[in-house]
Design a protein around this ligand. Structure first.
Ligand SMILES: [Zn+2]
Length: 258
């Protein structure tokens, strides 16, 4: 399984970048994890929209879902042009605290939605997803993905560090973690993680590769890589800072390859 970072910014994209979006690919199939601001455009640098049929939405904050509507518009046009006959499918949580849920993503003639939740399992071609609710102000699901090639990926989505999250994501080949805050900030009270929390997650979950993403739109993000790298230097965990179209090269990791 290959994971490509489409967008790595939390809240709002930096110039040329995008908010949360991660494309998983294997054997010609793919699934997109989240579709925040800028993802519908940026993902086309990797794969045309008419060849992306499945999108998991972790929660209904704009930086994870704002491009869902325009992806449906694109699907409407692509179906009319005969480029694909398949609807786009969104997999998302049920109704949350603000009354938003999977059913709000479906658009007639373009897309449909499937509700997923903690404890449910989802099979999308070669990808098999499990979900865990995170500690976040709005109903949000982390996911653990196993692929038919035997590789695994964890995605924290948004949430504070908890022992349950560490257990749920333990031992994956690639762990894409939110890293919303610099050292010294109290991530837990915002339902997010600071780089110190991410280091603790890495120490507990011991992924092959830890990808720091959902990055702050202010400050020097390379400092996050130094902090987490130093905290985990005694462990066999490769730490990578996510880069998208705003960076010199897009981050792409093959799960299971050291
Ligand atoms: Zn977010």
């Amino acid at each position: 399984m290959r994971v490509t970072v489409i967008g790595c910014w939390g809240g709002s994209p930096r110039p040329g970048g995008a908010c949360s979006g991660y494309l998983l690919e294997y054997d010609g199939r793919c699934i997109l994890l989240d579709c925040g601001a800028g993802v519908a455009s940026a993902v086309q640098g990797v794969r045309p929209l008419e060849r992306i049929d499945d999108v998991f939405v972790s929660h209904f904050h704009h930086d994870h879902v704002s491009d869902a509507g325009v992806m449906s518009y694109a699907r409407l046009v692509h179906r009319q042009l005969g480029l694909t006959d398949r609807p786009l499918t969104f997999y998302a949580p049920g109704r949350d605290e603000r009354g938003m849920g999977a059913r709000d993503l479906a658009m007639r003639g373009a897309s449909r939605s499937v509700e997923v939740g903690e404890g449910s399992r989802l099979d999308v071609g070669p990808f098999h997803l499990e979900f865990m609710r995170t500690r976040h102000p709005r109903l949000c699901l982390a996911t653990r993905v196993s692929c038919d090639d035997g590789t695994t990926l964890g995605y924290t989505a948004d949430g504070a560090l908890t022992p349950e999250l560490v257990r749920f994501l333990g031992g994956v080949d690639v762990l894409v973690s939110e890293c919303s805050l610099y050292a010294g900030y109290d991530g837990a009270s915002f339902g997010h993680m600071s780089c110190e929390d991410v280091a603790a997650l890495g120490r507990g979950a011991l992924p092959g590769t830890l990808v720091l993403s959902h990055l702050p739109i202010y400050g020097e993000v390379r400092g996050l890589l130094s902090e987490v790298g130093a905290a985990l230097r005694d462990l066999p965990v490769r730490v990578v800072l996510a880069e998208d179209g705003a960076g010199p090269c897009r981050t792409c990791v093959d799960a299971g390859v050291a």
